[in-house]
Design a protein around this ligand. Structure first.
Ligand code: SF4
Length: 380
Protein backbone atom coordinates (compact mmCIF):
# COMPACT_ATOMS: atom_id res chain seq x y z
CA UNK A 1 0.00 0.00 0.00
CA UNK A 2 1.46 3.36 -1.00
CA UNK A 3 -0.08 6.41 0.67
CA UNK A 4 0.57 9.88 -0.74
CA UNK A 5 -0.83 12.93 1.04
CA UNK A 6 -1.35 15.60 -1.60
CA UNK A 7 -3.12 18.51 0.03
CA UNK A 8 -3.56 19.58 3.64
CA UNK A 9 -2.61 22.49 5.89
CA UNK A 10 1.00 21.45 6.60
CA UNK A 11 1.51 21.24 2.82
CA UNK A 12 0.15 24.77 2.28
CA UNK A 13 -3.60 24.39 1.60
CA UNK A 14 -6.82 23.37 3.34
CA UNK A 15 -8.01 19.78 2.88
CA UNK A 16 -7.21 16.13 3.55
CA UNK A 17 -6.52 14.94 -0.01
CA UNK A 18 -4.89 11.56 -0.08
CA UNK A 19 -4.08 8.97 -2.80
CA UNK A 20 -3.78 5.29 -1.85
CA UNK A 21 -2.25 2.85 -4.36
CA UNK A 22 -3.05 -0.84 -3.93
CA UNK A 23 -2.24 -3.81 -6.16
CA UNK A 24 -5.47 -3.52 -8.16
CA UNK A 25 -7.06 -0.27 -7.05
CA UNK A 26 -6.05 3.36 -6.82
CA UNK A 27 -8.18 5.20 -4.32
CA UNK A 28 -8.42 8.98 -4.08
CA UNK A 29 -9.92 10.18 -0.79
CA UNK A 30 -11.21 13.75 -0.59
CA UNK A 31 -10.09 15.34 -3.87
CA UNK A 32 -10.78 18.89 -2.75
CA UNK A 33 -8.77 21.98 -1.96
CA UNK A 34 -9.43 25.42 -0.43
CA UNK A 35 -7.30 28.27 0.86
CA UNK A 36 -9.48 29.74 3.61
CA UNK A 37 -11.43 32.72 2.33
CA UNK A 38 -10.52 35.30 4.98
CA UNK A 39 -7.81 34.97 7.64
CA UNK A 40 -6.48 37.84 9.75
CA UNK A 41 -8.77 40.01 7.61
CA UNK A 42 -6.97 39.06 4.38
CA UNK A 43 -7.94 37.07 1.30
CA UNK A 44 -5.45 34.32 0.27
CA UNK A 45 -2.05 35.78 -0.57
CA UNK A 46 -1.02 35.29 -4.24
CA UNK A 47 1.87 33.10 -3.04
CA UNK A 48 -0.68 30.78 -1.39
CA UNK A 49 -2.65 30.85 -4.61
CA UNK A 50 0.52 29.77 -6.49
CA UNK A 51 1.21 26.85 -4.13
CA UNK A 52 -2.48 25.89 -4.19
CA UNK A 53 -2.49 25.90 -7.97
CA UNK A 54 0.43 23.41 -8.06
CA UNK A 55 -1.36 21.10 -5.61
CA UNK A 56 -4.59 21.36 -7.61
CA UNK A 57 -2.67 20.24 -10.72
CA UNK A 58 -1.33 17.20 -8.89
CA UNK A 59 -4.82 16.29 -7.64
CA UNK A 60 -6.12 16.50 -11.22
CA UNK A 61 -3.23 14.35 -12.46
CA UNK A 62 -3.76 11.63 -9.83
CA UNK A 63 -7.53 11.58 -10.39
CA UNK A 64 -6.77 10.56 -13.94
CA UNK A 65 -5.49 7.20 -12.60
CA UNK A 66 -8.02 6.68 -9.79
CA UNK A 67 -10.25 3.59 -9.83
CA UNK A 68 -12.19 4.79 -6.78
CA UNK A 69 -12.97 8.23 -5.42
CA UNK A 70 -14.14 8.68 -1.82
CA UNK A 71 -15.75 11.86 -0.55
CA UNK A 72 -15.91 11.99 3.25
CA UNK A 73 -18.42 14.88 3.18
CA UNK A 74 -19.38 17.70 0.87
CA UNK A 75 -17.41 20.65 2.26
CA UNK A 76 -15.49 22.68 -0.33
CA UNK A 77 -12.06 21.65 0.93
CA UNK A 78 -12.92 17.93 0.55
CA UNK A 79 -14.69 17.64 -2.79
CA UNK A 80 -14.75 19.15 -6.28
CA UNK A 81 -17.46 21.78 -6.61
CA UNK A 82 -19.91 22.87 -9.29
CA UNK A 83 -19.55 26.47 -8.03
CA UNK A 84 -15.85 26.48 -7.02
CA UNK A 85 -14.16 29.78 -6.22
CA UNK A 86 -10.89 30.52 -8.11
CA UNK A 87 -8.81 28.73 -5.45
CA UNK A 88 -10.83 25.50 -5.27
CA UNK A 89 -11.22 22.50 -7.56
CA UNK A 90 -14.05 22.85 -10.07
CA UNK A 91 -16.05 19.74 -10.93
CA UNK A 92 -15.87 20.76 -14.58
CA UNK A 93 -12.08 20.35 -14.56
CA UNK A 94 -12.17 16.68 -13.55
CA UNK A 95 -15.56 15.50 -14.76
CA UNK A 96 -14.08 13.21 -17.43
CA UNK A 97 -11.75 11.51 -14.89
CA UNK A 98 -14.71 10.81 -12.61
CA UNK A 99 -16.93 9.35 -15.31
CA UNK A 100 -15.34 5.88 -15.14
CA UNK A 101 -14.43 5.66 -11.48
CA UNK A 102 -16.41 4.17 -8.62
CA UNK A 103 -17.64 7.03 -6.45
CA UNK A 104 -18.15 6.53 -2.72
CA UNK A 105 -19.69 9.79 -1.55
CA UNK A 106 -21.06 10.18 1.96
CA UNK A 107 -24.84 9.98 1.98
CA UNK A 108 -27.08 13.02 2.62
CA UNK A 109 -27.93 11.94 6.19
CA UNK A 110 -26.70 14.43 8.86
CA UNK A 111 -25.62 16.93 6.21
CA UNK A 112 -26.24 20.65 5.92
CA UNK A 113 -28.46 22.08 3.20
CA UNK A 114 -25.41 23.22 1.15
CA UNK A 115 -23.73 19.79 1.50
CA UNK A 116 -26.90 18.10 0.22
CA UNK A 117 -27.08 20.55 -2.70
CA UNK A 118 -23.43 19.89 -3.60
CA UNK A 119 -24.03 16.13 -3.52
CA UNK A 120 -27.06 16.50 -5.78
CA UNK A 121 -25.17 18.76 -8.23
CA UNK A 122 -22.24 16.31 -8.20
CA UNK A 123 -24.55 13.45 -9.15
CA UNK A 124 -26.29 15.50 -11.84
CA UNK A 125 -23.08 16.76 -13.43
CA UNK A 126 -21.65 13.24 -13.61
CA UNK A 127 -25.03 11.83 -14.68
CA UNK A 128 -24.54 9.09 -12.07
CA UNK A 129 -26.67 7.91 -9.18
CA UNK A 130 -24.53 8.00 -6.07
CA UNK A 131 -25.04 5.01 -3.76
CA UNK A 132 -24.92 5.73 -0.01
CA UNK A 133 -21.78 3.94 1.21
CA UNK A 134 -22.02 4.91 4.92
CA UNK A 135 -21.45 1.75 6.99
CA UNK A 136 -20.76 -0.40 3.88
CA UNK A 137 -17.88 -2.65 2.85
CA UNK A 138 -16.57 -3.24 -0.68
CA UNK A 139 -13.58 -5.61 -0.80
CA UNK A 140 -10.58 -3.75 0.60
CA UNK A 141 -12.67 -0.67 1.41
CA UNK A 142 -14.87 -0.15 4.44
CA UNK A 143 -16.79 3.00 5.38
CA UNK A 144 -17.94 4.12 8.81
CA UNK A 145 -21.44 5.14 9.72
CA UNK A 146 -21.71 8.96 9.87
CA UNK A 147 -19.62 10.29 12.76
CA UNK A 148 -19.59 13.84 14.18
CA UNK A 149 -17.79 16.64 12.35
CA UNK A 150 -16.08 17.62 15.59
CA UNK A 151 -18.03 17.43 18.84
CA UNK A 152 -20.99 15.09 19.16
CA UNK A 153 -24.21 17.09 19.07
CA UNK A 154 -22.53 20.29 17.84
CA UNK A 155 -24.76 20.51 14.74
CA UNK A 156 -21.84 20.68 12.35
CA UNK A 157 -23.09 17.69 10.35
CA UNK A 158 -21.27 14.39 10.03
CA UNK A 159 -18.42 12.83 8.07
CA UNK A 160 -17.68 9.34 6.77
CA UNK A 161 -14.38 7.66 7.63
CA UNK A 162 -12.65 5.17 5.31
CA UNK A 163 -10.69 2.05 6.23
CA UNK A 164 -8.50 0.33 3.63
CA UNK A 165 -6.93 -3.07 4.20
CA UNK A 166 -4.52 -4.94 1.96
CA UNK A 167 -2.15 -7.77 2.86
CA UNK A 168 -2.71 -7.20 6.57
CA UNK A 169 -1.86 -3.49 6.38
CA UNK A 170 -4.65 -1.17 7.50
CA UNK A 171 -5.01 2.55 6.83
CA UNK A 172 -7.79 4.81 8.14
CA UNK A 173 -8.68 8.24 6.73
CA UNK A 174 -10.57 9.97 9.54
CA UNK A 175 -11.52 13.23 7.83
CA UNK A 176 -12.85 16.14 9.95
CA UNK A 177 -13.37 14.33 13.25
CA UNK A 178 -11.07 16.82 15.04
CA UNK A 179 -10.37 14.07 17.64
CA UNK A 180 -13.22 15.44 19.76
CA UNK A 181 -15.51 12.42 20.12
CA UNK A 182 -14.41 9.35 22.05
CA UNK A 183 -16.96 7.06 20.37
CA UNK A 184 -15.46 7.95 16.99
CA UNK A 185 -11.96 7.21 18.32
CA UNK A 186 -13.18 3.76 19.41
CA UNK A 187 -14.59 3.02 15.96
CA UNK A 188 -11.13 3.77 14.53
CA UNK A 189 -9.34 1.70 17.18
CA UNK A 190 -11.66 -1.26 16.47
CA UNK A 191 -10.38 -1.32 12.88
CA UNK A 192 -6.88 -1.92 14.39
CA UNK A 193 -5.15 0.36 11.89
CA UNK A 194 -1.42 0.65 11.33
CA UNK A 195 -1.79 4.25 10.23
CA UNK A 196 -4.46 6.90 10.78
CA UNK A 197 -4.68 10.23 8.96
CA UNK A 198 -7.03 12.54 10.86
CA UNK A 199 -7.99 16.13 11.31
CA UNK A 200 -6.93 17.63 14.66
CA UNK A 201 -8.76 20.21 16.81
CA UNK A 202 -8.98 23.84 15.55
CA UNK A 203 -6.79 25.25 18.33
CA UNK A 204 -6.31 28.51 16.38
CA UNK A 205 -9.98 29.31 17.08
CA UNK A 206 -10.03 28.24 20.73
CA UNK A 207 -10.15 31.05 23.29
CA UNK A 208 -12.88 30.40 25.90
CA UNK A 209 -12.78 28.18 28.99
CA UNK A 210 -15.17 25.78 27.21
CA UNK A 211 -12.68 25.60 24.32
CA UNK A 212 -9.97 24.59 26.78
CA UNK A 213 -12.12 21.62 27.74
CA UNK A 214 -12.41 20.63 24.06
CA UNK A 215 -8.64 20.95 23.63
CA UNK A 216 -8.20 18.66 26.65
CA UNK A 217 -10.63 16.11 25.19
CA UNK A 218 -8.78 16.11 21.86
CA UNK A 219 -5.46 15.67 23.68
CA UNK A 220 -6.72 12.68 25.69
CA UNK A 221 -8.36 11.11 22.65
CA UNK A 222 -5.19 11.55 20.57
CA UNK A 223 -3.14 9.92 23.36
CA UNK A 224 -5.55 6.98 23.54
CA UNK A 225 -5.56 6.53 19.75
CA UNK A 226 -1.80 6.84 19.42
CA UNK A 227 -1.37 3.94 21.86
CA UNK A 228 -3.07 1.57 19.42
CA UNK A 229 -1.57 2.63 16.05
CA UNK A 230 1.96 2.65 14.65
CA UNK A 231 1.63 6.06 12.98
CA UNK A 232 -0.87 8.79 13.80
CA UNK A 233 -0.83 11.64 11.28
CA UNK A 234 -2.75 14.70 12.54
CA UNK A 235 -3.27 17.73 10.34
CA UNK A 236 -5.96 19.94 8.75
CA UNK A 237 -7.76 22.20 11.33
CA UNK A 238 -4.89 21.76 13.80
CA UNK A 239 -2.22 23.12 11.45
CA UNK A 240 -3.97 26.42 10.66
CA UNK A 241 -1.79 27.94 13.36
CA UNK A 242 1.79 27.34 14.51
CA UNK A 243 0.32 26.31 17.87
CA UNK A 244 -0.67 23.04 16.13
CA UNK A 245 2.99 22.15 15.50
CA UNK A 246 3.82 22.61 19.19
CA UNK A 247 0.77 20.54 20.18
CA UNK A 248 1.91 17.61 18.03
CA UNK A 249 5.46 17.92 19.37
CA UNK A 250 4.25 17.83 23.01
CA UNK A 251 1.85 14.98 22.28
CA UNK A 252 4.66 12.93 20.70
CA UNK A 253 6.94 13.68 23.63
CA UNK A 254 4.27 12.84 26.25
CA UNK A 255 3.11 9.64 24.59
CA UNK A 256 6.42 8.39 23.21
CA UNK A 257 4.38 7.37 20.14
CA UNK A 258 4.83 8.18 16.47
CA UNK A 259 2.57 11.25 16.11
CA UNK A 260 3.39 13.48 13.17
CA UNK A 261 1.85 15.94 10.69
CA UNK A 262 1.38 15.28 6.96
CA UNK A 263 4.56 17.17 6.00
CA UNK A 264 6.55 14.90 8.36
CA UNK A 265 4.89 11.87 6.79
CA UNK A 266 5.85 13.12 3.34
CA UNK A 267 9.42 13.61 4.61
CA UNK A 268 9.52 17.37 4.07
CA UNK A 269 9.37 20.67 5.94
CA UNK A 270 5.90 22.01 6.84
CA UNK A 271 4.53 24.93 4.86
CA UNK A 272 1.97 26.55 7.16
CA UNK A 273 0.91 29.15 4.63
CA UNK A 274 -2.47 29.95 6.15
CA UNK A 275 -0.85 30.55 9.54
CA UNK A 276 1.75 32.79 7.85
CA UNK A 277 -0.73 34.75 5.72
CA UNK A 278 -0.26 38.01 7.62
CA UNK A 279 3.54 37.72 7.33
CA UNK A 280 3.22 37.12 3.60
CA UNK A 281 1.19 40.34 3.25
CA UNK A 282 3.82 42.22 5.30
CA UNK A 283 6.71 40.92 3.18
CA UNK A 284 4.94 41.06 -0.17
CA UNK A 285 2.14 43.64 -0.26
CA UNK A 286 -0.68 42.94 -2.71
CA UNK A 287 -2.64 45.57 -4.69
CA UNK A 288 -6.25 45.91 -3.54
CA UNK A 289 -7.70 44.76 -6.85
CA UNK A 290 -5.40 41.72 -7.32
CA UNK A 291 -8.00 39.06 -6.37
CA UNK A 292 -10.64 40.51 -8.63
CA UNK A 293 -8.14 40.76 -11.48
CA UNK A 294 -7.00 37.17 -10.86
CA UNK A 295 -10.57 35.96 -10.96
CA UNK A 296 -11.02 37.61 -14.35
CA UNK A 297 -7.71 36.38 -15.76
CA UNK A 298 -6.10 39.84 -15.64
CA UNK A 299 -3.46 39.05 -13.00
CA UNK A 300 -1.22 36.06 -12.30
CA UNK A 301 0.92 34.86 -9.40
CA UNK A 302 4.28 34.11 -11.07
CA UNK A 303 6.15 37.02 -9.55
CA UNK A 304 4.73 36.33 -6.08
CA UNK A 305 5.61 32.66 -6.48
CA UNK A 306 9.34 33.33 -6.88
CA UNK A 307 9.50 36.14 -4.32
CA UNK A 308 7.33 34.23 -1.82
CA UNK A 309 9.84 31.37 -1.62
CA UNK A 310 12.66 33.89 -1.17
CA UNK A 311 10.76 35.54 1.71
CA UNK A 312 10.16 32.20 3.44
CA UNK A 313 13.86 31.37 3.11
CA UNK A 314 15.12 34.79 4.22
CA UNK A 315 12.80 34.84 7.22
CA UNK A 316 13.70 31.35 8.38
CA UNK A 317 10.22 29.87 7.82
CA UNK A 318 11.60 26.97 5.79
CA UNK A 319 14.80 24.96 5.96
CA UNK A 320 16.01 23.96 2.49
CA UNK A 321 17.98 20.83 1.70
CA UNK A 322 21.57 21.13 2.95
CA UNK A 323 22.82 20.70 -0.63
CA UNK A 324 20.52 23.40 -2.04
CA UNK A 325 23.11 26.08 -2.81
CA UNK A 326 25.54 23.72 -4.55
CA UNK A 327 23.06 21.34 -6.19
CA UNK A 328 22.96 21.14 -10.02
CA UNK A 329 19.14 21.09 -9.81
CA UNK A 330 19.20 24.66 -8.44
CA UNK A 331 21.77 25.65 -11.06
CA UNK A 332 19.64 24.30 -13.94
CA UNK A 333 16.54 25.99 -12.47
CA UNK A 334 18.33 29.36 -12.16
CA UNK A 335 19.39 29.02 -15.80
CA UNK A 336 15.75 28.42 -16.80
CA UNK A 337 16.49 24.84 -17.97
CA UNK A 338 14.28 23.12 -15.39
CA UNK A 339 10.75 23.87 -14.19
CA UNK A 340 10.58 25.35 -10.69
CA UNK A 341 8.47 22.32 -9.67
CA UNK A 342 11.61 20.42 -8.61
CA UNK A 343 13.10 23.02 -6.30
CA UNK A 344 9.70 23.96 -4.84
CA UNK A 345 8.72 20.38 -4.05
CA UNK A 346 12.10 18.98 -3.11
CA UNK A 347 14.98 21.40 -2.49
CA UNK A 348 13.26 24.33 -0.77
CA UNK A 349 11.21 22.10 1.52
CA UNK A 350 14.11 19.76 2.38
CA UNK A 351 12.33 16.75 0.87
CA UNK A 352 14.24 13.69 2.04
CA UNK A 353 12.56 11.47 -0.53
CA UNK A 354 14.86 13.06 -3.11
CA UNK A 355 16.80 10.30 -4.88
CA UNK A 356 19.82 12.59 -5.35
CA UNK A 357 19.80 13.43 -1.63
CA UNK A 358 19.77 9.78 -0.63
CA UNK A 359 22.57 8.85 -3.04
CA UNK A 360 24.58 11.81 -1.74
CA UNK A 361 24.07 10.58 1.85
CA UNK A 362 25.34 7.12 0.87
CA UNK A 363 28.27 8.63 -1.03
CA UNK A 364 27.12 6.96 -4.25
CA UNK A 365 27.73 8.43 -7.68
CA UNK A 366 24.86 10.19 -9.48
CA UNK A 367 25.07 12.35 -12.57
CA UNK A 368 24.39 16.10 -12.48
CA UNK A 369 21.47 15.61 -14.83
CA UNK A 370 19.57 13.28 -12.49
CA UNK A 371 16.28 14.82 -11.24
CA UNK A 372 15.09 14.53 -7.62
CA UNK A 373 12.77 11.63 -8.56
CA UNK A 374 15.69 9.73 -10.12
CA UNK A 375 14.79 10.46 -13.76
CA UNK A 376 17.79 10.96 -16.02
CA UNK A 377 17.38 14.07 -18.15
CA UNK A 378 20.39 14.16 -20.43
CA UNK A 379 19.47 17.25 -22.44
CA UNK A 380 20.05 19.72 -19.62
S1 SF4 B 1 17.85 18.00 -5.79
FE1 SF4 B 1 17.78 16.79 -3.94
S2 SF4 B 1 19.90 16.84 -3.18
FE2 SF4 B 1 19.68 18.54 -4.63
S3 SF4 B 1 19.10 20.27 -3.33
FE3 SF4 B 1 17.25 19.35 -4.13
S4 SF4 B 1 16.57 18.00 -2.50
FE4 SF4 B 1 18.74 18.43 -2.15
Amino acid sequence: MKITILGTESLGVRGLACFVELKDRKIFIDPGIALGWIRYGFLPHPFQVAVGSGIRERIIEKLHYATDVVISHFDGDHCPLFDANPYQLALDEIRMSLMNTRIWAKGPENSSQSQRERRKAFSEMLKKDLPVPDGMKDGVLEFSVPVPHGRRGAEKGAVMMTCIEEDGEIFVHASDIQLLDIETIRIIADWKPDMVFASGPPLYRYSSSEDRIFAGDAWNNALELSNSVSTLVIDHHLLRGEIGRDWIEKLRHTSGNNIICAADFMNREPLLLEAWRKDLYDWLPVPENWHDDYKHGKADFENYRIKGWECLLNNGKIKPCKWYHSCPVKHYTDKGKLERYWIENYCLVGNKNCVRYNLEEKGEYHPDYMLPDGEIKKNL
